[in-house]
Design a protein around this ligand. Structure first.
Ligand code: CAO
Length: 456
């Protein structure tokens, strides 16, 4: 019976996402809950499980497609419907087992001889390596080395994966689990690799990975009451993207400050105009405009780096991501073509997009295509902070709270409004001197707006 498997509700507020990986192919036998595709929205990356078991008849999506909740992923042939599924599976298993056994018998004699020889060679090699001492530590080390040695040996003997003793079912399982057969020690007759070997290999691998990736938690209830709450999709996505940015981008931080007393007068004068247009004029709109001008003066800050091809991609448009704090977490909507918009237009757009973000109405499209980011925490407070670069961008401007401070001007102290600025940039592309110049240009443009607005 042909059944459609559809995209379920991926997570709260996510209606569409991009397919980044297709994990099955036509003709594959799939289990219920087996992962079919990986989809990524701006909020999360998730594996979509199958709602049915059977054989994949037709795949309806491919990598790069944008899919919506309810779209058909694939058609699955349920082989006589769900009722028969158990029976059919049982039959399949038996058939598979039988042919495996026959196959095993045929191959095992031949393989046993080979494996005995391999084992002997292994033993020779081991003896040579370990000398006469047989401490436990060395035994362990030897075991760890074995798959590597096996690989080397296969290579030396010019053998392919097909010549490693394993049944088709085991090979399929290894493929599904992404296990390289040459790295598995077979425990069956003649060194034959069994299903159990693949399973224990993946468990070991997963445990190793988990041990590396996870920091263990103590039992907090020992010290007092606790409560568990699931993380929102946005929280999880932010966690992933900030971790990978922090781990892969060598961040440098530069600090500066700007006297924005003059700009404040400008904002006061134009506040009414912004209000009439439906927005609120704050330092964010001014910073977006000035940043777009700075990006034109310093093109590297508007670029992305492609380390694999050892290239930088210089963008000729000026789109700026704005960090918006929402109840569910941080969102990064994009203001496009900033160079073509007036400050009042930008003020309106920022007000609208921040409101949209906070009411959960932002589409994934509205968070794509930014070249540079601004994170203004000044409405909240703080003297300085070091924001994490929003990959694939190469820099982000952090803005803290402006404060009245005494500034020594022409022989006397005057109260001026000073805005703290920080810049985080990618040292793979930008050097310290460039970072300092870029931030200094922004600070000067804030103090002398004509420089940025007239492009002088
Ligand atoms: N210094 C002093 N005052 C500031 C300021 C600054 N740097 N920035 C804004 N303000 C003032 C505004 O003028 C406004 O004053 P009034 O209430 O008197 O009118 C008040 O703070 C609140 O501003 P706002 O938040 O309404 O508007 P905004 O344009 O300044 O900011 C937005 C918009 C979306 C950037 C902001 O609301 C926001 O979400 N910021 C948080 C960003 C964030 O979480 N960053 C951390 C991410 S990790 O890198």
């Amino acid at each position: 019976m042909a059944t459609e498997v559809k995209i379920p509700q991926i997570s709260e507020d996510v209606e569409s996402a991009d397919v980044t990986e297709v994990l099955v192919k036509e003709g594959d036998k799939i289990e219920k809950d087996q992962s079919l595709i990986v989809v990524e929205s701006d909020k999360a990356s998730v594996e979509v499980p199958s709602s049915h078991a059977g054989t994949v008849k037709e795949i309806k999506v491919s990598e790069g497609d944008t899919v919506n909740v309810g779209d058909v992923i694939l058609i699955v042939d349920e082989e006589g419907g769900e009722e028969d599924e158990g029976k059919e599976e049982g039959k399949e298993e038996k058939k598979e087992k039988k042919s495996e056994e026959e196959e095993e018998r045929d191959e095992s004699e031949e393989q046993e001889e080979k494996a005995e020889k391999e084992k002997e060679e292994d033993r020779d090699l081991e003896e040579k390596e370990e000398g006469k001492e047989e401490g436990k530590e060395e035994e362990k080390e030897k075991k760890e080395k074995k798959p590597e040695e096996k690989k080397e040996k296969l290579k030396e003997e010019g053998k392919t994966d097909e010549e490693i003793p394993a049944s088709p079912a085991v090979r399929r399982l290894a493929r599904e689990k992404g296990v390289d057969l040459s790295s598995v020690e077979g425990s069956g007759p003649g060194g034959r690799i069994t299903e159990e070997d693949i399973k224990s290999h993946t468990t070991k691998k997963d445990k190793g990975k988990a041990a590396k990736a996870k920091l263990s938690l103590p039992d907090f209830s020992k010290w007092g009451a606790t409560e568990k709450k699931s993380l929102s999709g946005i929280r999880v996505a932010t966690g992933k993207s900030t971790t990978s940015s922090w781990q892969s981008i060598p961040h440098v931080f530069q600090f500066d400050e700007a006297d924005i007393s003059g700009i404040e007068e400008y904002m006061e004068k134009n506040q009414e105009k912004a209000k009439e247009a439906g927005g609120k004029l704050t330092i964010t709109a001014i910073l977006v405009k000035i940043a777009a001008n700075a990006l034109q003066q310093f093109p590297k800050f508007n670029a992305s780096i492609d380390p694999e091809n050892e290239e930088m991609i210089l963008k000729k448009y000026f789109n700026i991501s704005i960090a918006v704090d929402t109840e569910n977490g941080l969102l990064m909507p994009v203001i496009t073509d900033v160079e073509r918009k007036s400050i009042i237009e930008l003020a309106v757009e920022i007000s609208e997009i921040a409101e949209k973000a906070r009411s959960g109405k932002l589409s994934p499209e509205e968070m794509k295509g930014g070249n540079f980011s601004i994170s203004n925490l000044g409405g909240i407070g703080g003297t300085n902070f070091t924001p994490i670069i929003y990959h694939p961008q190469v820099a982000i401007l952090g803005v803290s709270k402006a404060k009245k401070q005494p500034v020594f001007i022409q022989g006397k102290f005057e109260p001026r409004n000073i805005l703290p600025l920080s810049l985080s940039y990618d040292h793979r592309l930008i050097d310290g001197a460039e970072g300092a110049k870029f931030l200094n240009w922004i600070a000067q443009a804030l103090e002398d707006p004509y420089k940025a607005l007239l492009g002088v």
